[in-house]
Design a protein around this ligand. Structure first.
Ligand code: ZN
Ligand code: ZN
Ligand code: ZN
Length: 115
């Protein structure tokens, strides 16, 4: 794995996971940075509403009406032709169309994209 590691709550980047986990994070509920497990991409999508941003830090700066934390959270999967709900298996052509539907099998009552 090359390159940088990013915090999934605030988008701060570090050259190593230990550097990231040693820092404190103002946007995380645990006050610690947590590793974003996705790959470095040209665009990042919110996994709750599908909004796209060019960086994780700009994504996490915005507020999200569909997220339980009220902030956008970066989707850790890769950009796909189809996105499948991890709770019910329905597929959609975009994260925004997936997250706009309701899901009877999801704990949040909304579809959530599988990686
Ligand atoms: Zn952070
Ligand atoms: Zn969002
Ligand atoms: Zn679903």
């Amino acid at each position: 794995m090359a390159g940088k590691v990013y915090c999934k709550w605030c988008g701060s980047s570090y050259s190593s996971i230990s550097g990231l986990t040693n820092g404190s994070c103002s946007k995380s509920s645990t006050k610690r940075h947590e590793v974003f497990e996705g790959e470095e991409q040209s665009k990042y999508f919110c996994e709750y509403c599908g909004s796209s941003y060019s960086s994780i830090s700009s994504l996490t700066n915005g507020s999200c009406s569909k997220s339980p934390t009220k902030r956008h959270q970066p989707y850790a999967g890769s950009i796909k032709v189809k996105y499948v709900c991890k709770h019910c298996g329905n597929s959609y052509s975009s994260i925004s169309s997936l997250t706009s539907g309701s899901c009877s099998k999801s704990p949040t009552k909304r579809h959530q994209p599988a990686r």
